[in-house]
Design a protein around this ligand. Structure first.
Ligand code: SAM
Length: 236
């Protein structure tokens, strides 16, 4: 095993999640590819068995504790990097219709290699969120938009909410600082057509996670997302 299976099981059961033995085995094959590819080019700083078990796998699955990833749900992972949280979520929920998005092609090449080796089906999209969010092909097309470790919440909302269809959700995966980030993002959520649906604390062995689910209740005004520089320089 390339990850600490006992520690993984302890963490997901703590969060109220269970997965099949097949999912555990496929996660191991993914961990093997992550470790081997990471020797060739830098994908992640976390490659030890405990770190992969908790910080990559249990953490990526933690949104399952607060939201149901139903078959056929159209899901977008913004800034997926080496496939987090998207790849563990897809391995555990192979019926979802997932798009992995990142602005870096090399990382998406790795994601595509993993999909082919693991026999999984998903889309990849090399794009910047603030540009793809203006494209009618993607705008307001997703049931679930999810993102981890990409930007502070007020900025992330402007990247993410334009992709969510009315009635769909944006799931932001944060550490405990997420509670404070949320206070600074309430205005952005409102302007972009969202409404906070839930804020949940998930306990993992290396610390707390804070998962914020925002429902899309109105269309995002056409002027958003603004060009990248403006989003960062002058967050909503
Ligand atoms: N989500 C992964 C994780 O949790 O391990 C990767 C996190 S990494 C710190 C941030 C990733 O977001 C990078 O792969 C970067 O290329 C991507 N990224 C940053 N800004 C982006 C944007 N505006 N649009 C698309 N991808 C972006």
């Amino acid at each position: 095993m390339n990850y600490n299976l006992e520690l993984f099981r302890e963490n997901i059961s703590k969060a109220g999640i269970s997965v099949s033995p097949e999912t555990e085995n496929t996660l191991d094959r993914f961990a093997d590819m992550l470790i081997k590819t990471n020797e060739l080019f830098n994908l992640t700083a976390i490659t030890d068995p405990d770190g992969i078990a908790v910080k990559h796998f249990a953490d990526s699955l933690s949104p399952m504790a607060v939201y149901d990833f139903k078959d056929k749900a159209k899901v977008l992972d913004i800034g997926t990097g080496a496939g987090f949280p998207g790849m563990p979520l897809l391995i555990a929920n192979p019926g979802i219709d997932l798009t992995f998005m990142d602005s870096t092609g090399k990382k998406l090449d790795f994601v595509e290699d993993c999909l082919a080796s693991l026999g999984l089906k998903a889309e990849t999209l090399k794009a910047r969120a603030e540009e793809a969010g203006k494209d009618g092909k993607y705008r307001e097309q997703f049931d679930i938009v999810i993102s981890r470790a990409v930007a502070p919440l007020n900025i992330l909302c402007e990247y993410a909410l334009p992709f969510v269809r009315k009635g769909g959700v944006f799931i932001a995966m944060k550490g405990l600082g997420g509670r404070e980030e949320l206070e600074g993002a309430r205005r952005a959520v409102k302007i972009l057509g969202g409404k906070i649906k839930s804020e949940s604390q998930v306990h993992l062995t290396d610390g707390e996670r804070y998962i914020i689910v925002t429902e899309k209740t109105a269309s995002t005004p056409q002027e958003y997302p603004r060009a990248g520089g403006k989003i960062k320089k002058n967050p909503l």
